[in-house]
Every structure is written in C-alpha cells, then in structure tokens.
Write a new protein. Sequence first.
Length: 135
Amino acid sequence: LTAVATEHAGTPQGGIASMEAASALYRAGRYEEALGHFETAQTLGGLVGSMALNGKAYTLESLKRFDEAAVAFQAVRTAANGGAKEQASIDLGRVYEAAGQPDKARAVYEEFEADFPESSLLADVQARAAAVASR
C-alpha cells in the first residue's frame, strides 16, 4: 500500500492507498508512520481528506499529543454534521480531559447537551460532564 501511495501521490488513488496504509499502520500500533500517511491523504481534501483528518486526530491522541489532537478534533467537529459531529465533540472532550483541561472538556460536553438534546449519546456525555465536574 505504501508503494501504491507513493507511486500515485497526489491522485485520488494515492490518497485512498495512503488512507488504507495509515489505517493498517494505526491498527498495528505504528502511530508515527500512520500519522505521515494520514497527513498525506488529508492534503487531497474532499471525503478522503476528511477521513484522514479524523484518523490523524485519533493517531495524535494515541501518541499522547493531546494539544494537537484537540486542534484536529475541533477541525473535524467544525466540518462535520449529525452523528459525525456528535462523535467529534465526544472525542474533543475526552482529549481535553486527557490533557488535564477539565474546564474545556466540561464546556464541550455542555455544548453537546445544547446542540444534541435528543442524542442517544446524551446520557453518556452527561455522565462524563458530571465526572469532570466532581474532580
């Protein structure tokens, strides 16, 4: 996959190959390598770029680069709608918690409650908000 990604860099096929390589490397715990492929795929924009940004955010979180992960999850959240925006909000709050920024996490969870009052994930988010508030 990495050879295909390199050979077809800058094309949709190369972007898809980069995404597939990044995903495989991520699953193997090879986060630094995965990050490079997600960043390459992200440059293509469109659906592949959006998926790559999301993968990049999770990879940065796995690398414990929480500030960078927060920026990436915020970008995903800003660009997303519906369920994808719900998940990006939860991910952003989780990263803020991991970064030791409970006020930011709580703010994200409160926004979630306001933005998605009918969400099936609302009870989980409310529990996370309560846990953050009790620390």
